[in-house]
Design a binder for this molecule. Sequence first.
Ligand code: GLC
Length: 827
Amino acid sequence: MKLSRLWRKPSARLAAAALSIAVSQHVQAAWQTLGAGQLETPHNDLVELSTASGARVRLTLLDAGTARIRIAPNGVFGRDFSYAIATQPKPVPLSVEHDDRANTVTLRASGKESMRVVVTLKPSVRVDVYDSAGELFLADDPAREMVFDPVSGAVQVSKQRAATELYYGFGEKAMPMSRDQRFMTMWNSDTPAYLPGADPIYQSIPFFISLLHGKSYGVFFDNTYRSYFDMGATDPARYTFGAAGGELDYYVFTGGRERSAANVLRSYTALTGRGSLPPLWALGYQQSRYSYTPDSQVREVAKTFREKKIPADVIYLDIGYMEGYRIFTWSKKDFPEPEKLLADLKNEGFRAVTIVDPGVKVDDDYAVYRDGRQRGAFTRTAKGDEMHATVWPGLCAFPDFTSPDTRAWFGSLYEKFLDQGVAGFWNDMNEPGVFLNADSDEPPMQHDPKKTFPLSTRHFGDGDPGDHARYHNVYGMQMARATYEGLRKLRPDSRPLVLTRAGYAGIQRFSAVWTGDNDATWDHLAMTIPMLTNLSVSGVPFVGADVGGFVETPSAELYTRWLQAAALTPFFRTHSAIDTEPREPWSFGADYEKINRESIELRYRMLPYLYTAFAAEEMDGEPVMRPLWFDYPHDVKTYLREDEFLAGRDILVAPILHSGETKRRVYFPNGDAWIDWWSGKRYAGGQEKEIEAPLNRLPLFVRAGASVATQPVVQSTNEMANVPLTITVALGTDGTGTLYQDAGDGYAYRNGETRRSTFTLKGKTLHIETNGPSRFQKIAFVEFAGADAAPSSVTIDGKTTNDFHFDATTRRIRVAVSNNTKEIELH
Ligand code: GLC
């Protein structure tokens, strides 16, 4: 009897499962196609097909531009539940056509301009997707039909691929900008000192955006098993994705009428959630080390920042602060008075973030372990015992973060630390990663399967129990969620800062992400741009890499260039491994210290602009850090550009990424003109130019027509409320810019406690429109950048003013204005 027959009837499921386990050692796994499909009576908002193989296909549209395609290989759809999805939208009513002669079923959103999904029923079910203009953009490959393996549970689909189709996203990959012709695996892995190309690493986000001839679409394969994407690596004529188990459940985003990447990302983040606006302080500079221990070192570092007038907001406490690495404890010897330490740091304008790993030391004298054991909070082996493995503290048990009770329990453990004055939390080792036996005579492999839980480990799965093979990829995300939700509950009026190493699609709802244990090499510095921009277009806005490279010690030049390159990346933190030389901005001598200070000062000057970009992300799903192609999809020269990025919509950053270089070629995206931030020189778009970049210079350009909010240097974000803003307006093209302001923390902004300003440049006249209360930072200056000469006169709201100044070296005209100024005219 063919196994597939058994899979057809739900009642036969258990028998089939038992059989498949029994025979799996003897029977070679075999791919099976779906076979011919038959349309079941369509519902109002859902089309379902049965197939000759017993598999079932279910199609819905979430809106006129988003389709969901679901295939249950065994003919039974599982619970409709996803860790990735913020809120599962109700599918829209469909209009369905069944063409008997062509053997197709076509569905579209009824009554509006819509995408179309066309299912060919024979010889085996195939799905093609058309945009609302009627263009076919996604087609199952008839030469490689959808398949599943009834023995192992694996699923797979292949799509036809155009020779020059490029792909971005896929979360965190140590790979070049476009992932065309790459093979990628989704399996969260602790991979210290990962090399360029190493795959997988810490995060798994099975979502990508395609780009071909200026048009995009997106695919999100919502499957938490080990999965893979072969984007033309095996055969450039097709791409394939699949997983070791679960359903073939994926979403297709058309990107609206324009088929734009921005629309694709907006739709994807509407589904999986947006990054929630961080507290302002989390956008400041952050200093970390493994580990600042004992507490005197923490004090010393904080004091030195203030003495040397190098701005900073956050200091990190890595695993050294704990008692024998027991989470939620302080080392009695090294951190005897945590409250006092944290209060003193606070007085110096510093916030502290502590690391919290998932492993709970197995120790009957340790309250967290006892409590967790009593509650049954830890993951269990297939036999039902507490699952134990070794991490920093020695033998540990591991909370099952796929249980809501365990998440709530773990979240509540943060209370003491919050009360003591810790401001934010850092979840590490949550792939989950565990240590290999040091005495083993096996080779030390980076992707040794023993570096995580045994696949048979049991998880609660939020009511749908399953093994680690199924829930591995969401473990880290659910830990970050436990932290985030715990903090939200304990401090409802503060925005949490959570930082995580592992994650899955949707992680942005709970946490910032850093790219793990990178190396102190120029290659790793260069890789930060494709890595962070691709994470950004995977829906994760708050991203950063350890400045200087975690493993080993960077040269003074490398550290200085790295700090400079990272100054406008969303999450800005220096961090270094235990056996490296000191790595504070002053660690490399006075000349470098001066430049490093300037890099951090640049960050603080730009904070009002960066904060506006973060607000836009929460509101509209626009990434903070962007690859050039994202905003310039019609300029092919941007497609593979990975040595520059956009910070927000308006700032082009082109850092030095190679040793010894003091100038570099910068590509200016076509469609805009660009003004050099420092010299005011204008560059037309669509060309590459050589730009001088001595060690103290970060090549930085502002889009002509843009208005960018800046402020004077402050030593921490605490000082911002009292300093006035300067709006930098880039002359030369008509355009607009925005400024978003709120209290910088808390949630009043969600009830309209915000001030929004729009700056519209027409020729040489700037109009300012402001809505909202005036108690936030005041606008005191407007600087027109890119001016060739001093204006003969300036009028503000119709009145001539003398309060302006032209600087010929920066080509800027600085005009003093008031917070209520509506119009400034240069003559
Ligand atoms: C891991 C983290 C690293 C941290 C170290 C000690 O390697 O990735 O950032 O410093 O553990 O906690």
